[in-house]
Write a protein that binds this ligand. Structure first.
Ligand code: PAF
Length: 265
C-alpha cells in the first residue's frame, strides 16, 4: 500500500468518532510536521467485549470534516485486511498490560499495541501523538517504542475536558444528560485527591469522591507511580491517580498527576 506521504510524518491514530480532544491532538501534530496523517480504524483486537465493539460510535463524514479543519493532511481509513493481511501476531503488553485496565479488559493492551505497531510499520511516522487520557496506553506505547528501539518520537497530549471537567471521550456521546453530570464526578474526585497534603489522605479523598458518584460502578481508583505503574508509596516521586468504571454500561476512565504529593515536590 502506498500512502504517498511527504516525510517526516506526524501520525494521530484514532478509532473515529472524533471530538475536540482529537482536534487538539491533530493541532499538536501540526506543530511537529506539515504532513499529518489521521488514521481511523476501530481495531477489533482491542475489544474484549463484542457489544462494545459493535456499538462503538461511527461518524466518518463528520470525522473527515473535523480532522481536515484541525489540520490533517491525510485521513486514512484502512480496511481490516490492510491492517491485518494475515493472522496478526499479538504483541505482548507484559505484566503492566495486565494491571488496572488490563484486569478489566483482558487482552485489550495486547490488541492495542499490535495495531499501533502495524500503523507505525505502514506509515513510518517520525512523530506519533497520543492523549494522556489513556494513561496506561500511553505508558505501554512509550515502553514498546523504547524496547523495540523504534525511530519514533511519542508525543503526549493533555486531556481535553468538557466544561464540567469530564474528560472528552468518543463514548461520552452514549451518556444521557444526567449520566454525563454524574460522570463529571470523576474529575471532582481527582481534584480532591490532588488537593490532599499526603498520600494517605489523597487515597481517602479519591476513594470517597469516586464512591459518591451516582450510578458509578468502580473498577479501580488508585494512586500509582507514573514511572513504573506500581502502587505509589511514600518514596514515590511522581504520584498519579487513575480511575475507571462504568455508568450504565459505558466505560469511563480518567487520571491526574498528583503534583502536590510525592518525593519530588
Ligand atoms: O486510543 C485509541 O483511540 C486507540 O486505542 C488507538 C491508539 C487508536 C489504537 O487503536
Amino acid at each position: 500500500m502506498d500512502l504517498a506521504l511527504k516525510h517526516p510524518v506526524a501520525l494521530v491514530p484514532t478509532m473515529g468518532a472524533l471530538h475536540a480532544g482529537h482536534a487538539s491532538l491533530i493541532e499538536i501534530a501540526r506543530k511537529f510536521s506539515p504532513e499529518v496523517v489521521v488514521s481511523i480504524f476501530v481495531n477489533p483486537l482491542q475489544f474484549e467485549n463484542p457489544n462494545d465493539f459493535s456499538t462503538y460510535p461511527k461518524s466518518v463524514d463528520a470525522d473527515v470534516a473535523l480532522a481536515t479543519a484541525s489540520g490533517a493532511t491525510k485521513i486514512w481509513v484502512p480496511t481490516f485486511d490492510e491492517i491485518y493481511p494475515s493472522d496478526p501476531v499479538l504483541i505482548s503488553s507484559g505484566e503492566i498490560g495486565n494491571l488496572f485496565e488490563g484486569v478489566h479488559r483482558f487482552g485489550h493492551f495486547d490488541g492495542m499495541l499490535t495495531v499501533v505497531k502495524r500503523f507505525f510499520d505502514l506509515v513510518t511516522p517520525k512523530y506519533a501523538i497520543f492523549g494522556e487520557k489513556d494513561f496506561q496506553q500511553l505508558f505501554l506505547i512509550k515502553k514498546m517504542v523504547a524496547q523495540m528501539k523504534l525511530p519514533i518520537e511519542i508525543i503526549s497530549a493533555p486531556t481535553i475536558r468538557e466544561a464540567s471537567g469530564l474528560a472528552m471521550s468518543s463514548r461520552n456521546q452514549k451518556l444521557s444528560t444526567t449520566e454525563r453530570e454524574s460522570a463529571a464526578g470523576i474529575y471532582l474526585a481527582l481534584n480532591s485527591a490532588k488537593a490532599a497534603s499526603d498520600l494517605k489522605s489523597a487515597r481517602i479523598e479519591l476513594s470517597n469522591g469516586v464512591q459518591a458518584i451516582p450510578n458509578f460502578l468502580q473498577d479501580y481508583a488508585e494512586i500509582i507511580d507514573a514511572d513504573t505503574f506500581a502502587i505509589a508509596d511514600d518514596s514515590t516521586e511522581n504520584c498519579h491517580a487513575i480511575v475507571a468504571g462504568w455508568i450504565n454500561g459505558i466505560r469511563l476512565i480518567d487520571n491526574m498527576a498528583m503534583s502536590n504529593l510525592g518525593n519530588s515536590k
